[in-house]
Design a protein around this ligand. Structure first.
Ligand SMILES: Cc1cc2nc3c(=O)[nH]c(=O)nc-3n(C[C@H](O)[C@H](O)[C@H](O)COP(=O)(O)OP(=O)(O)OC[C@H]3O[C@@H](n4cnc5c(N)ncnc54)[C@H](O)[C@@H]3O)c2cc1C
Length: 345
């Protein structure tokens, strides 16, 4: 059974960052195993290509240039580099370079195109079972991503969020005369609402819990960087939610007296209420494992990164948020990798 120094599970942006940074830190390529069923740029590339980003292009470029091992300076010029670095863009423009970087890293490290199913610690090494075969590794990085959360209103016919966010996929839904409930006030909500209103729906009712929150760009930090609306979603929300509701849009507070009646008037539903960690490989020695939200440590030699295990950090005014985004994963990794390199079993 082959033994590696490091195994990275997941090849979304976080897994890509982990492999790149391990190579940058001098871990030999043949000491690194990388596991993913697709190696296609993660969910950003496979589900969210048509979504307008909340991050500016310059921040994506700084992620792509952030690891020497990515070799991005040698990549063919991409449309992302033609856009004003201060603008936002469709996530597809970020996905293509991510796929290019993935291909480049795949040529160097040992790749297993499969799903990891279980992890256990024996004799100071992690045994990793996959759908194909077993391997052992002194350290493992879990970068398995997250799936959209749902609420439980089974009488409503759900439009999955990845469909509602994608105008082409949404066009295949029969929405004539539908009354669509949209739960949430997130970046995704503010993209789904105008997408739906472009169709001949009868009504869209946006069910919300609290006032909208907007990111504010200050000199060297961003207020509500992770929880606030940005880019086109923020522009749309200011005009249409905190401004004048477009025709056929209603809003309803989920704790208000009208909630039940409004919900009963709906026949379709979209949940834009955040994300939850994807199902992890089993860890039968311990059951469900927790992670340290400040350094990603799960167990000796087992670490979490990316949207499944986000850093929790406070802004200069003490407001705490989970840090999610490509550049944030890279910055976080830079601060914690020196610890991880010394915290083996
Ligand atoms: C609508 C929307 C807009 C966004 N906009 C931005 C933005 O503007 N800027 C920004 O920086 N971020 C943005 N994000 C966030 C960003 O897309 C995600 O946070 C990021 O893609 C998560 O990367 P990840 O690598 O943690 O997870 P994922 O991309 O989900 O990758 C996880 C990978 O792990 C694999 N995997 C899972 N389990 C296993 C297993 N057991 N074995 C092997 N492989 C496994 C999966 O198949 C997948 O390939 C946005 C997200 C959404 C939903």
């Amino acid at each position: 059974m082959p033994t590696y120094a490091w195994t990275v599970i997941g090849a979304g942006p976080a897994g890509i960052a982990a492999v790149g940074r391990l190579l940058d830190h001098g871990i030999a390529p043949d000491e690194i195993a990388w596991i993913d069923p697709a190696f296609a740029g993660g969910d950003l590339s496979q589900k969210w290509r048509s979504v307008s980003s909340n991050t500016i292009v310059g921040t994506f470029l700084s992620f792509l240039n952030g690891s020497a091992a990515f070799g991005f300076s040698e990549a063919p010029r991409t449309p992302l580099q033609e856009i004003d670095p201060e603008d936002t863009c469709a996530l597809g423009l970020v996905a293509d370079p991510l796929v290019w970087v993935t291909q480049r890293l795949r040529e160097r490290v040992h790749v297993l195109q499969t799903t990891a199913t279980s992890l256990s610690l024996h004799n100071r090494e992690w045994k990793i079972e996959t759908q194909q075969r077993e391997l052992t590794s002194r350290n493992v990085v879990l970068a398995v991503g997250a799936v959209p959360k749902k609420l439980d209103y089974p009488h409503l016919d759900e439009i999955p969020v990845e469909v509602a966010l994608d105008p082409e996929k949404l066009a295949d839904q029969s929405l004539d005369g539908a009354t669509v409930a949209v739960f949430g006030s997130s970046h995704s909500s503010m993209i789904v609402l105008p997408n739906l209103l472009r169709h001949p729906v009868k009504r869209v009712i946006n069910f919300y819990q609290s006032p909208l929150k907007y990111a504010v760009y200050l000199d060297d930090w961003i207020l509500f960087d992770d929880t606030g609306l940005k880019g086109r979603a923020a522009d749309w929300a200011r005009e249409n939610i905190d401004g004048v509701y477009p025709e056929r849009l209603e809003r309803c507070w989920v704790s208000g007296p009208e909630f039940r009646e409004k919900l009963d008037a709906c026949d379709r539903v979209v949940y834009t209420v955040g994300f939850q960690r994807r199902h992890l490989p089993e860890t039968p020695q311990w059951g469900r494992l927790e992670y340290n939200q400040q350094n990603g440590i799960i167990a000796p030699g087992l670490f979490g990164l990316g949207i499944a295990f986000p850093e929790y950090a406070e802004d200069p005014y003490g407001f705490g948020q989970y840090r999610v985004g490509l550049k944030k994963f890279m910055d976080y990794l830079d601060s914690i990798l020196p610890l991880w390199l010394r915290y083996g079993p």
